[in-house]
Design a protein around this ligand. Structure first.
Ligand code: ASP
Ligand code: MG
Length: 421
């Protein structure tokens, strides 16, 4: 049994959906759980919709219409007779409309999850119906009835025991009967039947969880890159593909921000020695990268670039030291607001943290921090992590940048930098 994961780029239009079908034809033999995320930039659009709705800023109607047209157009191109699928798409949009016609009555994060999750619902409905139409028989399954989480909206914490039982009792029988099960990445459900999401780009994590609960042999993440590269081609030229990685190296790369795989993906797979392949949906015959246990460590220099960072410098108001009691207060606040420290540095009277500048999370955190500490911050900074660094690469990558903090260990160098003005 295997788990396939197709992300937004792999289902970005009708052609792409056809390509998914051809990959399933060639490589989907045996029992295959297929995890799909929202089509193209749908998640971003739905975020826009939530913001317009919740903060009454912007136009909900135009985003709504655009999203609806986008999905209906794909259906028109895929189906000879799109009547049934159009009905299903319409139903989802009716649900969205009902939700945004009411005044917000829960938290932002709660509304976010109820609305943004619909992108995955739409994508899986379209792909599942299309596959059935062309003779690839499959069963559509609602992940919200399988992946159970607590009610930490936008960052649902998965109940392993319950989800495991549900995979065994609900998913596996369907897989035995239909061979292919299509389900959503990124979304889960609570005991009160609310929808949660697992964090942006969380579909990889869903794939890993399902593989873990179902005891799959392998997971294949189909991407628009040839595998795991030593750097993000969005920011760097001349990237190299890495053939093989250990779970340890993969965890480190993703922890430092390599966006090719979601950081939470590796643990469940490592725990059951399930091999993870990252392969190209554009060149599906190529081997891609395999992540598994081995004695080999990667020696290739890899660099991970994160922009839109904020550097916080936190100091006790009374000039006392940064000591264990202060640190535990600070970490508790970070954890309460789900803010993840990408780099930390401690000195006698100041504690610096570099983190993603997500206003939703940072603003309330800042307010609370400022009650206890003096907080300085530096916006628009970048965090660069270089593994297996050498002096040439450091000089090259920090050219024309102002390096604010630098931290070195034997293998890893991190720099918080700003564009030189
Ligand atoms: N659609 C979600 C997102 O864009 C989840 C994912 O793509 O993995 O964040
Ligand atoms: Mg996505």
């Amino acid at each position: 049994m295997q788990v396939f994961k197709f992300g937004g780029a792999s289902v970005k239009n009708a052609e792409a959906v056809k390509n998914v079908a051809s990959i399933l034809k060639s490589y989907g033999n045996g029992e295959t759980i297929v995890v799909i995320s929202a089509m193209d930039k749908t998640t971003n659009k739905l975020e826009e919709l939530v913001n317009a709705y919740f903060y009454k800023k912007g136009n909900t109607a135009s985003v709504f219409d655009e999203l609806k047209k986008f999905h209906l157009d794909i259906a028109t191109q895929l189906f000879k007779d799109p009547k049934n699928i159009n009905n299903e798409i319409e139903n989802v949009f009716v649900e969205i409309l009902w939700a945004i016609e009411e005044e917000p009555s829960f938290t932002y994060n709660h509304h976010y999850d109820q609305l943004v999750s619909q992108g995955e619902v739409l994508a899986t409905k379209i792909v599942s119906a299309y596959l059935n139409e062309i003779g690839i028989s499959n069963k559509w399954l609602d992940a919200r009835g399988i992946i159970q989480t607590d009610n930490t909206f936008r960052e649902g914490k998965v109940d392993y025991e319950l989800s495991h039982t549900l995979v065994q009792t609900q998913l596996i029988p369907q897989l035995k009967q239909h061979a292919i099960v299509i389900t959503q990445g990124f979304i889960g459900g609570t005991s009160e039947n609310f929808t949660t999401t697992l964090g942006r780009e969380g579909s990889d994590y869903t794939a890993a969880l399902l593989a873990y609960f179902a005891d799959a042999e392998k997971v294949i993440i189909w991407k628009d890159v040839p595998g795991v590269l030593n750097a993000d081609p969005k920011y760097f030229k001349n990237t190299k593909k890495i053939e093989e990685l250990t779970y340890h190296d993969a965890i480190e790369l993703t922890y430092y921000g390599a966006s090719v795989i979601h950081p939470k993906t590796i643990k469940p797979l490592q725990n059951k020695s399930i091999h993870l392949y990252v392969r190209s949906f554009l060149k599906p015959a190529e081997p891609g990268t395999v992540i598994k246990e081995s004695d080999k460590r990667i020696e290739v220099t890899s660099y991970i670039f994160k922009d839109k960072q904020i550097l916080l410098s936190i100091q006790p108001k009374d000039f006392s030291f940064i000591a264990e009691d202060n640190l535990s207060t600070i970490f508790r606040m970070f954890s309460a607001y789900n803010v993840h420290a990408n780099m930390i540095q401690n000195s006698a009277i100041s504690f610096s943290v570099c983190t993603d500048d997500d206003e939703q999370k940072i603003e309330p955190l800042l307010i609370e921090l400022q009650e206890h500490f003096k907080v300085l911050y530096n916006k628009d900074v970048q965090l660069l992590t270089i593994r297996n660094y050498d002096d040439d690469i450091i000089a090259k990558l920090s050219e024309n940048k102002l390096v604010i903090i630098e931290q070195r260990s034997r293998n890893t160098l991190q720099m918080v930098m700003k564009e030189e003005q």
